[in-house]
Design a protein around this ligand. Structure first.
Ligand SMILES: Nc1ncnc2c1ncn2[C@@H]1O[C@H](COP(=O)(O)OP(=O)(O)OP(=O)(O)O)[C@@H](O)[C@H]1O
Ligand SMILES: [Mg+2]
Length: 357
C-alpha cells in the first residue's frame, strides 16, 4: 500500500481489507461526523459489518443519520450491516452495572488521577465492542484534544494502578475494613477495584497495540482550507506520529470551487484564501491521500444526502464549469453505475426480506 502513489480519494481505506479501526478527527465543526458517517456507509458496501461510534459527548450521529442512537449498537435504517452507537466518555461509568460502592470508589479515584474514569469507560466500551465481532469500527471522535487523550489512556491507567498500590500499602486493610463496616462486602472493596483496573488496563493495552499497528488502524484527519485548521492538522499529525498511530489520509472539506458566475467579490476573495491554504496542504502532505470535498449550499443530513455526498469521496471533484470532458463523463457514468448497483442490491435485499416474512 505504502508504495502506491497518493490518490485524491479515500479508496485506499476501502481497499485495505486488514483495517479494523478507523478514527476520524479534526477541529470542531469541520465535518468529522459527516465524513465518518459517509465512510461508514461506503465501508458497509465492502464489509460484512460496520459499526460507527461517536465518542463526542455532543452526540451528532443522530443528527447526521436523522435517527436516534443509544450506547448500544443500533442498526441504521435502510441498512442490513451498518450499526451506530453514541457513547459519552464522561458519564458512562455511572451505569456500567457496577455497584454503588464501586462507583463512589471510582469517582474517588478519579479525583486523584484525572482522566481515570474516562479511561475506564473507554476501556469498558472497547471491551464490549471487541466481543461484538464487527468487521470494521469507525470512530467519529470529539474535537482534537479529546481524541488524543483517549489514545494516552494506557499510561493514565498505569498511574492509577500505581496509586492504588501505594494506597493499599499505606493503609493496609483499612479500606477493606471500612467497606465492610458500611456493609459493602469484599466484592466492592479495594481489591475488586484493583482487579477491575487491572483488567481494564489489559484491554486497553491490547487495543493500544492494535491502534499502533498500521495494518489494523488508521486515523483520517478532516479539515477545512483555512489557517487555523491547517495549523491544527499539523499538530494532530505530529501527535499521531508521537503516539505511533498511522495517518495517511486528509479530507479537506468545504472547498469552494470556481463555478460561481455571480461575480461575488466575497466568494472570489474566499476562494483565493482557500487556494493559498490548499497549496500549503499539498506541500506539507505530499505523501498523504488528500480528498477535497465541495462546500454544499445545504447541510448534509439524512442517509440520502450522505449517500449523494459519498460520490465526492471516491472521485476527485470536478466543478460544473469544467464538466463535459470524456474523462469526466466516464467518471460520472461510473458513479451512476455504482448508484444503480446499490439500488439493485437494495431491491434484492428488500425482496429477500419479503420472502422470509
Ligand atoms: N461540505 C459541506 N457542505 C455543506 N455543509 C456541510 C459540509 N460538511 C458538513 N456540513 C454541515 O456542517 C455541519 C457540521 O458538520 P459536522 O457535524 O460533520 O462537523 P463536526 O466536525 O462533526 O462538528 P463537531 O466538531 O461539532 O462534532 C453539519 O450541519 C453538516 O451537515
Ligand atoms: Mg461531530
Amino acid at each position: 500500500m505504502a508504495a502506491d502513489l497518493p490518490e485524491a480519494t479515500v479508496q485506499n481505506v476501502l481497499d485495505q481489507d486488514s483495517l479494523k479501526w478507523v478514527f476520524v478527527g479534526g477541529k470542531g465543526g469541520v465535518g468529522k461526523t459527516t465524513c465518518s458517517s459517509v465512510l461508514a456507509i461506503l465501508l458497509a458496501r465492502v464489509r460484512p459489518s460496520v459499526l460507527i461510534i461517536s465518542t463526542d459527548p455532543a452526540h451528532n450521529l443522530s443528527d447526521a443519520f436523522q435517527q436516534r442512537f443509544t450506547k448500544s449498537p443500533t442498526l441504521v435504517d435502510g441498512f442490513t450491516n451498518l450499526y451506530a452507537m453514541e457513547v459519552d466518555p464522561n458519564v458512562e461509568h455511572e451505569d456500567t452495572g457496577g455497584p454503588e460502592g464501586m462507583d463512589s470508589l471510582v469517582s474517588e479515584l478519579s479525583n486523584a488521577i484525572p482522566g481515570i474514569d474516562e479511561a475506564m469507560s473507554f476501556a469498558e466500551m472497547l471491551k464490549l465492542v471487541q466481543t461484538m465481532d464487527y468487521s470494521i469500527i469507525v470512530f467519529d471522535t470529539a474535537p482534537t484534544g479529546h481524541t488524543l487523550r483517549l489514545l494516552q489512556f494506557p499510561s493514565t491507567l498505569e498511574k492509577g494502578l500505581a496509586k492504588m498500590m501505594s494506597l493499599k500499602n499505606r493503609f493496609g486493610g483499612l479500606l477493606t475494613q471500612a467497606t465492610r463496616l458500611f456493609g459493602l462486602g469484599d466484592e466492592f472493596g479495594e481489591d475488586a477495584l484493583l482487579g477491575r483496573l487491572e483488567s481494564m488496563k489489559e484491554v486497553i493495552e491490547r487495543v493500544n497495540k492494535q491502534f499502533k499497528n498500521p495494518d489494523l488502524t488508521t486515523f483520517i484527519c478532516v479539515c477545512i482550507p483555512e489557517f487555523l485548521s491547517l495549523y491544527e492538522t499539523e499538530r494532530l499529525v505530529q501527535e499521531l506520529t508521537k503516539f505511533e498511530i498511522d495517518t495517511h489520509n486528509i479530507i479537506i472539506n468545504q472547498v469552494l470551487f470556481d463555478e460561481d458566475d455571480s461575480g461575488s467579490k466575497l466568494l472570489k476573495a474566499r476562494m483565493k484564501m482557500q487556494q493559498k491554504y490548499l497549496e500549503q496542504f499539498y506541500m506539507l502532505y505530499d505523501d498523504f491521500n488528500i480528498t477535497k470535498l465541495p462546500l454544499l449550499p445545504e447541510e448534509v443530513t439524512g442517509v440520502e444526502a450522505l449517500k449523494a455526498f459519498s460520490g465526492h469521496f471516491l472521485a476527485p471533484y470536478q466543478p460544473a464549469t469544467s464538466r463535459g470532458t470524456v474523462e469526466d463523463l466516464e467518471r460520472r457514468v461510473s458513479i451512476l453505475r455504482q448508484q444503480l448497483k446499490d439500488a439493485e442490491e437494495e431491491l434484492v435485499r428488500l425482496s429477500r426480506g419479503k420472502h422470509k416474512a
